[in-house]
Design a protein around this ligand. Structure first.
Ligand code: FE2
Ligand code: FE2
Length: 237
C-alpha cells in the first residue's frame, strides 16, 4: 500500500491542532516496507514538529530525495539528520557545495543523481531535468499507474509529467507538489492543466509554489480529480 503524508507546505490541510505552514515542501512516503522522505521544507524544527503531530517517525526513513538546491526544500535537512543520520540522501549532481558539505559534516551518506534511476523498488527519480534550475521529481509506480511528486517543478510540470510517462511507460495517474505557476496568466495555467489531462493525468494535488490563482484553475479543470495539498494531507493508493 502507498501512503503519502505532506509534512511541510505553504498550506495546512488538517484540523489537527498545532500543525504549522511554511514556505517549502516535504512529504513522507510509505510504500509497502519502503520509507522515503521527499524534500525537507525550509526549517528543521517545523518539519520535526509537524511530523511529531502527525505521528510520523522520521527515524524510519531509509532514503531522502532532495528535488533541487533551493533552501525551501533543503533547509530542514539539518534537523532531519539530527534524528536520522543513517538515511541515504539522493541529491542532484548540480547541487552546490553547501548542502553536500552539511550532509558530510553530519556523517550522512550522499548519492548524486544524474539521469533517471530507481531509488528503492517501485520508487524512481526522473533524474535532473530542466535547462534553468535543475530539479529531480519522484515517480512512484503503483500497479502500472504513476504518481509524480514535484518540489517546485522548475523544469515545467507538463514536461516532468511527459518525461515520466515516456521514461517509465505508464500513464501518470496523480501529480502533486509545487507546480511553480504563481503569477502566471490564468489562460496559460488553464492550458497547462488541460494539457496534463490530455496526457492522461487523472488527479492533481497542487500546493507549495503553485499559487492560489493557479490552484483554483486546477480545481476547476480537474473537478473530482482535484485534491487540496498541504500539511497533514494524506493520500492513500
Ligand atoms: Fe519551492
Ligand atoms: Fe525552487
Amino acid at each position: 500500500m502507498l501512503r503519502i503524508t505532506t509534512l511541510y507546505d505553504n498550506y495546512v490541510r488538517s484540523s489537527l491542532p498545532g500543525l504549522r505552514s511554511g514556505w517549502g515542501f516535504s512529504c513522507f512516503i510509505e510504500y509497502d516496507d519502503k520509507v522515503v522522505l521527499f524534500d525537507t521544507g525550509a526549517d528543521g524544527q517545523t518539519l520535526l514538529d509537524n511530523a511529531e503531530r502527525l505521528r510520523i517517525d522520521l527515524r524510519e526513513v531509509q532514503v531522502v530525495a532532495l528535488s533541487h538546491d533551493h533552501g525551501d526544500h533543503t533547509g530542514g535537512l539539518t534537523g532531519f539528520l539530527t534524528v536520522n543520520p543513517s538515511a541515504l540522501i539522493y541529491l542532484g549532481r548540480s547541487f552546490g557545495p553547501a548542502v553536500k558539505g552539511m550532509v558530510q559534516s553530519h556523517g550522512g551518506r550522499l548519492m548524486e543523481v544524474g539521469s533517471a534511476m530507481g531509488l528503492v523498488p517501485q520508487i524512481f527519480t526522473t533524474g535532473e531535468l530542466g535547462r534553468g534550475v535543475k530539479e529531480q521529481s519522484l515517480v512512484l509506480d503503483v500497479d502500472a499507474r504513476l504518481v509524480v511528486i514535484t518540489g517546485c517543478a522548475h523544469p515545467g510540470i507538463v514536461e516532468i509529467a511527459r518525461f515520466a510517462k515516456n521514461e517509465f511507460g505508464s500513464d501518470v495517474y496523480l501529480v502533486m507538489g509545487g507546480f511553480h505557476l504563481s503569477g502566471m496568466p490564468e489562460k496559460r495555467v488553464r492550458s497547462i492543466a488541460e494539457e496534463l489531462k490530455e496526457q492522461g493525468v487523472q488527479k492533481a494535488a497542487p500546493s507549495h509554489c503553485t499559487g492560489d490563482g493557479a490552484i483554483a484553475v486546477f480545481r476547476e479543470v480537474f473537478g473530482g480529480g482535484f485534491a487540496e495539498g498541504g500539511v497533514g494531507k494524506v493520500i492513500e493508493l
